[in-house]
Design a protein around this ligand. Structure first.
Ligand code: IMP
Ligand code: ZN
Length: 348
């Protein structure tokens, strides 16, 4: 992670809406996991990509396979989730929506239900310990696993939504964008939406997903992850843009992730520019702070330096993110109040 971040960005209260749990594991936590599982022969260099390096998306997805080997027990998940939540809080994140794909591991007896329960336990423990952050959870559907697993995952999310007093707020659609098709996942996502779960979908992360994006935008999703290739200038279409704008669907934008994974050629060509200038709700996020060696303060500073945004503009960006959360209205109001209280100190 880049420590060269100005005080303003560190102190800025922030909202993080796009963070994959296993992609967010820090260097320090990774050391603990590697020490626990020396027999796997995994080295630090296999679990993260320096943010000055470039990789293909496929290489990025190989990294998650390595991390999953290291995180395969309830004990690991509890530690990883607590560490990630504390790190976001230390970075000034005051509201976090964490997402993760429920996994079962035959070797360790981990079940998908236990997987989710353990993350919720981590959220609860952090709350009891007084960590200054509100956390909600999105259950992730991995697009590679097809229709049945998607339906099963949505059922799990629905059960937890009803029993966790609002901790589980929605469903994410993620996984290797070059595998599978949204049409196979549409019924599961529609069921989730009808059941009251919010939808945060990775959409148009790579070119050639026009047809899928058009279909999934009919749901419509409540937020879009990346949306890199939606607009006509990069091979998308005005029809897609119009649908996003008409439904006022916020975009979760992750600069470092897209540049390191080479779906965007360089920071100055990031589609943040396009959507921000349209005045469309755009939220700066990290995606995988561990894998891409970044944090949210760094991402805000990067957006400011790349696109010439003033502190005032950055403050507005961070504050407007509150309305893009899946938090209930009462919590949104509390967060806005917190921002107002912090403003004189941060923007002095
Ligand atoms: P987990 O769901 O907590 O295990 O986090 C890692 C998983 O998140 C990966 O295996 C992918 O399914 C998903 N993921 C992380 N980053 C991306 C991305 O940029 N695009 C699509 N999926 C992603
Ligand atoms: Zn993502």
């Amino acid at each position: 992670m880049d420590n060269d971040v100005d005080k303003f960005y560190r102190e800025l209260p922030k909202v993080e809406l796009h963070a994959h749990l296993n992609g967010s594991v820090s260097f320090q936590t990774m050391e603990k996991l590697i020490a626990r599982k020396k027999h796997l022969g995994i080295e630090r260099s296999m679990t993260a990509i320096r943010n000055d390096q470039r990789r293909t998306l496929d290489e990025c997805f190989q990294v998650f396979k390595v991390i999953h080997q290291l995180v395969d027990t309830e004990e690991d998940i509890l530690m990883v989730a607590k560490d990630v939540i504390r790190e976001f809080a230390d970075d000034g994140v005051r509201y976090l929506e964490l997402r993760s794909t429920p996994r079962e591991e035959k070797n360790t007896g981990l079940t998908k239900t236990k997987y989710v329960e353990t993350i919720l336990e981590a959220i609860q423990q952090c709350k009891n310990e007084g960590v200054d952050i509100d956390v909600r959870f999105l259950v992730a559907v991995d697009r590679r696993n097809g229709t049945e697993v998607a339906i099963e995952t949505v059922k799990l999310a629905e059960e937890f939504m009803l029993t966790t007093d609002g901790l589980v707020v929605g469903v994410d659609l993620s996984g290797d964008p070059t595998v599978g098709h949204g049409r196979d996942l549409f019924p599961a996502l529609e069921k989730a939406k009808n059941g009251g779960l919010k939808l945060a979908l990775h959409l148009s992360e790579v070119p050639s997903q026009l047809e899928e994006s058009e279909l999934l935008l009919n749901l419509p999703p409540d937020r879009i992850g990346h949306g890199t290739f939606l607009h006509p200038e990069v091979g998308g279409s005005q029809i897609l843009v119009d649908k996003v704008v008409k439904n006022n669907i916020p975009l979760e934008l992750c600069l470092t992730s897209n540049v390191v994974g080479q779906t965007v050629p360089c920071y100055s060509k990031h589609h943040f520019q396009y959507w921000y200038h349209l005045g469309h709700p755009s939220v700066i996020c990290t995606d995988d702070k561990g894998v891409f060696c970044t944090d949210l303060s760094h991402e805000y500073q990067l957006a400011a330096s790349t696109f010439g945004l003033s502190h005032e503009a950055i403050w507005k960006l961070s504050q407007e993110a509150i309305d893009c959360t899946f938090a209930p209205e009462t919590l949104k109001q509390q967060l806005k109040q917190k921002w107002n209280e912090l403003r004189p100190h941060v923007c002095q």
